[in-house]
Write a protein of this length. Structure first.
Length: 255
């Protein structure tokens, strides 16, 4: 990597953004972070079309999407590795990364925001996580006034409707079951060491356990009907343990 520090553009509360942060921190890559206000002109511009956050500026390139970011980091700094060295294990880990990306990650976002909209105050606290005081206060006012527009935009882009949410709840249960089926009582989903498969599952499903290792101060978790029904699922304890054992410290450089 060049001498210029990578810059991560993020929504600090987002599960896909946490995946990118965790990869940077796991590799000990010093970087700067820029937390974007949801619904702001910058946020809308960076999420235009099929674009999305997180975005990483790395060695003169702008890399969009958490999976592409991890791949670029593996190439730029192979050690410590997130991709297993064994070809079969690597293929399996990447398959699981894709599964949790395309299934549980998007469904976690849909279910989480559907639940959050029941309490607008909570939703505003959640969406302004990591914003400085004055900016957070202004952002809360702006989001409250513009929430009908923001919700219509998110509903159109991510399919936030009751029918889709019901499907997503089942998809999350399937994802938890998949964790247990893959690990078979072991600590890791693939092989004997932490890999991109573990990182992806644990980061994308973090709202199910609200881990204390999360690096930003989140509002107290709400009482979700979904969580009440599945709070004893053994995969939730695995997610907690994965965070405790492997999340580590931040490689972020301030400011």
């Amino acid at each position: 990597m060049s001498g210029e520090l990578p810059v991560l553009w993020q929504y600090s509360f987002s599960n896909f953004n946490e995946k990118a942060r965790w990869a940077l921190d796991f590799k000990g890559i010093r970087h700067r972070r820029r937390s974007v206000m949801p619904g702001s002109p910058l946020g809308l511009w960076m999420s235009r079309g099929d674009r999305t956050l997180p975005v990483l500026d790395l060695d003169g390139r702008r890399i969009v999407d958490s999976t592409a970011i991890v791949a670029a980091l593996e190439q730029a700094q192979p050690v410590p590795a997130l991709y297993p060295a064994d070809p079969d294990e690597r293929a399996r880990a990447l398959e699981l990364e894709d599964y949790f990306d395309e299934q549980t990650g998007h469904d976690m976002r849909r279910v989480g925001f559907w639940e959050a909209r029941q309490d607008l105050g909570y939703a505003l606290d959640f969406m302004t996580t990591d914003q400085p005081g004055a900016k957070r206060a202004i952002g809360r006012v702006g989001l409250r006034v513009g929430f009908p527009f923001v919700w219509r935009y998110m509903s159109a882009r991510y399919g936030f409707n009751e029918e889709a949410v019901l499907r997503s709840r089942q998809t999350l249960v399937d994802g938890l079951d998949r964790i247990e089926a893959e690990r078979k009582g072991r600590d890791h989903l693939v092989g004997e060491r932490f890999s991109i498969a573990d990182l992806t599952a644990a980061s994308l499903l973090y709202p199910l356990v609200w881990p204390p290792e999360f690096q930003y101060e989140l509002p107290d978790p709400p009482e979700w009907e979904f969580l009440a029904e599945h709070r004893d699922h053994p995969a939730l304890q695995w997610i907690r343990e994965t965070w405790r054992r492997h999340r580590g410290s931040s490689a972020r450089v301030h400011p």
